[in-house]
Design a protein around this ligand. Structure first.
Ligand code: RIB
Length: 295
């Protein structure tokens, strides 16, 4: 089973602020740092640090060498990544004193995916291979359709949610990994139980992993239910905590691990990420996760 993550690579410009700037307001930041991020890259690195062999597909610009270096250092296969003329994607992130963030995306080369490129990437993958997707690249509906035709198992993190998600045939998705807000956007329901019911009603074969912020996470598949509380840590930066969880989850799939153990492992990894600055560089290695007992 091969894992292909088809997604975004961003430079994250992180500004530390007292509070996120509001309409009509001008504020100064305390400092600014640049990190490698993007949901595609973060989740690929998380899966690789969790011990999986991962292929990352996506587009970078002429400024994309750092992404390739970081993938190489982490054992993520870059043979599917293409370099284009133009700028890589970036994100402007305001990080407040509580470690909460607001993110403004510039798609750049993440939005240059073509049908030809998609077909070329998918030609190396087939039945039983896993496709991990988020919503920071264009042609999401096409990627899902072609991967489904090939018999790939599709894991979708519908983040950030927008009309591109509703344009997809979500009945082709095998695993949904989403938070409460995305759950509400997909189903129209607010309560976690009702979100799960609505998703299971629409997509009865799909596995659902619903993260509930400080209330932990629920896994639901047919009659199976598993819950896991969060591990409490001092919040430094929540950026990429969800990506860390997702990457660890995908790496654990198909390993025959008990779902309770999988959720514990993913929750620990996400907690460690929350306690550190940045995106890619906040993601822990599996050895650290496995010996971590909480703060
Ligand atoms: O999920 C976190 C990521 O969202 C950041 O790294 C940023 O690039 C945005 O894509």
């Amino acid at each position: 089973m091969k894992i292909l993550d088809f997604g975004s690579l961003n430079y994250d410009y992180v500004y530390r602020v007292e509070h996120a700037v509001t309409a009509g307001e001008t504020i100064s930041s305390f400092d600014m740092e640049v990190f490698c991020g993007g949901k595609g890259l973060n989740q690929a690195i998380a899966a690789a640090r969790a011990g999986a062999k991962v292929y990352l597909a996506g587009m970078v610009g002429t400024d994309g060498k750092l992404f390739m270096d970081i993938c190489g250092e982490n054992g993520v296969d870059t043979s599917c990544i293409r370099q284009m003329s133009g700028k890589s994607g970036h994100a402007i992130i305001q990080l407040d004193k509580k470690g909460q963030n607001c993110i403004l995306l510039y798609g750049g080369t993440n939005q240059m995916i073509t049908k030809e490129y998609t077909d070329e990437v998918l030609s190396d993958f087939g039945e039983g291979d896993v496709l991990l997707l988020q919503n920071e690249v264009n042609l999401l509906d096409y990627i899902i359709d072609r991967a489904y035709d090939k018999g790939m198992k599709i894991v979708l993190n519908p983040s950030p949610f927008d009309e591109k998600i509703t344009a997809c045939d979500l009945s082709k998705v095998s695993v949904f990994m989403l938070n409460e807000i995305e759950g509400e956007q997909v189903t129209g329901e607010k309560e976690p139980e009702r979100i799960l019911e609505a998703l299971a009603g629409k997509f009865p074969e799909a596995e659902i992993v619903l993260t509930l912020g400080s209330n932990g996470v629920v896994y639901s598949h047919k009659d199976e239910r598993f819950r896991q509380d969060i591990y409490k840590v001092e919040t430094v930066d929540t950026t990429a905590a969800g990506d860390t969880f997702t990457g660890y989850f995908v790496a654990s799939m198909g390993k025959g691990m008990d779902m309770g153990a999988v959720l514990r492992r993913c929750s620990k990894a996400a907690a460690i990420a929350v306690s550190r600055k940045g995106a890619v560089n906040s993601i822990p290695m599996e050895k650290e996760v496995d010996r971590w007992q909480g703060q």
